[in-house]
Every structure is written in C-alpha cells, then in structure tokens.
Ligand binder design. Structure first.
Ligand code: NAD
Length: 287
C-alpha cells in the first residue's frame, strides 16, 4: 500500500453503518493494485445524520465516488445531480460517480445479480421469474431483470410493512416499462405453486435463511421445485441456505448470493475506473 498511494491517488468511500465487517475495501483495493490503478477505497461509519456532509465531501475533496449501504441507499438519492434509469425506478442508490463535481447515483445490485446468472451460463431473457421478497434487494433485481428483457415477474411478499410500499413501486415500474409484474401474497400457496411452475427461475430475495433465520426457508415443500428450475438466493452466508439445499436435492441448478455481491462491486468498479474488475482472481483471493 505504501508504494501504491501517491499524491495523485483518488479516494472512493463506502458510507454505511455498521460497516467495519465489509469485504468491499479488500475487493476494490486488491483490484486497483492488480490493475495498477491509482485509487484507494476506504470505509467510513456514516449514518443518516452524517450522510449529507459525507456526500458533500465527495465534491469538496474531489473524490471519484462512493458506495452506499444501510441505512443510506434511499436517502442519498435526493443529494444526486443525476440518477441512472434503474436508480430512479428503485428510489435507491448504492454507487455514486463524481464527474468533475457532478454526482450521478447508480444501483448496481440488480446488475450484479443478472451478471451472476450470465457467469453461470443462465439466460432468463423473455422467460418468467418468481421472486420471494419485495425489499431493497428484490426491487433492484426485478428492475434490472425488466431492463434486460425478462418476460414476466411474479413477486411474492408477506403482508408486512414492505407489501404496501412494494405495491406502489411495482405499479410505477409496470407503468414505466410495460413489463408484466405482479405482486402476490406469500400466503397464497396455490398461486405460488402455479407461478413457480411457469417460471425458469425462483429467487429468494429475503433474509430468510441467514442469521437470525438461518436454517429456515420460505419454501419447504420440495414438490414446488423441479429439476429444470434455477433456484437463486441473495444470501451468501451461509453459502448454502436451507432453500438451496432443498433445491439441490431436487436436482435444480442453484446459485448463492456471492456472484451478486461480486457482480455489484464489479459494476461499480467499472463505473469509477472504466475497467473490468479481475473477478476470477478476486473470487479466488477473498472467498
Ligand atoms: P429489506 O429489509 O429491504 O427487505 C427484506 C425483505 O425480506 C422484505 O421483502 C420482507 O418482507 C422480507 N422478509 C423479512 N423477514 C421475513 C420473514 N420472516 N418471512 C417472509 N419474508 C420476510 O432487505 P434487503 O436489503 O432487500 O435484503 C434482503 C436480503 O438480501 C438480506 O439477506 C441481504 O443480506 C441480502 N442482500 C444480498 C446482496 C448480495 O449482493 N448478495 C445485496 C443486497 C442484499
């Protein structure tokens, strides 16, 4: 690092809290070093109160940009000069790019998910997708899926606080894109069976399957799954959730959330540097 940092090194921040556990600093700094790029990536404990000043500092210090995570992804939108089409639809950003004092907000979680499918030789363009969950991760995935040309999306969510918000958001995405997206109650088991049967992929985009809900799955009836169904989970700790175990036993191709995590980082890396992250090397080194 001491050989790498110079007077010209440009800073990229990660604004979130809690954030000290994040692997993003290693992922990006290792990639900069391997490609000989003069950037440094640092994590900062930034909550909602500190966020306006932190974003102003991107301009003040001439930083190249930042990543955002909990609890800042939605709040940060109002401080951007521009939003990417996906970020505008999602009402959330995880990446800021500073071009000579002009800040553009992007959301790369959905891009990360779609690129992880591609890396595994899976194409769902023109096909149907069923998503469990309608929170931040699910919204980012479904927006990118719509933009990439997925044919139909069925979203199943519990009738919790997320449901009403999701209904409004899905209605506006549908109006803007014309894509066939439906929101259903997760408790409607018959409809869930019917939609999974018509889908090429089933995605768990909830935290059910990781701590404190590790060992649990929103799908427990193996007869809902068939061997030509792809089953993906956004969770990567544990690397195999109860859902993925059940799916694997049914002969399904399964994917955990690691590809999405690396994919969202690689997409942000490209926005800042214009270069491809050395994904295979990073995967081998860090995971
Ligand atoms: P969120 O709080 O925005 O949404 C949570 C979702 O989970 C909602 O749809 C909610 O209804 C549902 N949910 C929660 N508890 C439930 C339960 N007991 N039963 C049924 N549904 C339940 O969270 P988020 O940001 O969308 O994150 C969801 C998951 O995605 C987390 O596990 C997070 O770690 C993961 N994630 C992974 C990546 C990645 O790169 N792999 C990126 C973002 C998020």
């Amino acid at each position: 690092m001491s050989e790498r940092i110079t007077g010209h090194t440009e800073l990229i921040g990660l604004f979130a809290t809690p954030i000290r556990h994040s692997i993003s600093p290693q992922m990006h700094n290792e990639s900069f070093a391997r490609l000989g790029l003069d950037y440094a990536y640092l994590a900062f404990e930034v909550g909602k109160e500190e966020l306006p000043a932190a974003i102003q500092s991107i301009k003040t210090l001439g930083m190249r940009g930042a990543n955002l995570s909990m609890p800042n992804k939605q709040l940060a939108c109002q401080y951007m000069d521009h939003l990417s089409p996906a970020a505008k639809m999602a009402g959330a950003i995880n990446t800021i790019v500073n071009d000579d004092g002009v800040l553009t907000g992007h959301i790369t979680d959905g891009t990360g998910f779609m690129s992880s499918l591609e890396m595994n030789g899976i194409s769902i363009i023109g096909k149907q997708m069923t998503i469990l969950g309608a929170g931040g991760a699910a919204t980012a995935i479904l927006i990118q899926a719509v933009l990439d040309g997925v044919g139909k999306i069925s979203v199943f969510n519990a009738k919790d606080a997320f449901f009403a918000t999701a209904a409004d958001k899905i209605a506006s995405i549908k109006a803007e894109t014309g894509c066939d997206i439906q929101l259903h109650d997760l408790a409607d088991e018959d409809l869930l069976r019917q939609e999974i049967a018509a889908s090429a992929i089933l995605v768990n985009a909830t935290g059910v399957g990781m701590k404190p809900l590790e060992g649990q799955s929103l799908i427990t009836d193996a007869s809902l799954l068939r061997s030509d169904l792809v089953v993906a989970d956004v969770i990567y700790t544990p690397s195999e959730t109860a859902l993925l175990k059940l799916a694997k036993a049914q002969g399904c191709q399964t994917l955990n959330g690691l590809g999405m995590l690396i994919g969202q980082g690689a997409a942000a890396f490209k926005l800042w540097t214009g270069k491809e992250m050395p994904v295979a090397e990073i995967k081998e080194l860090l995971f």
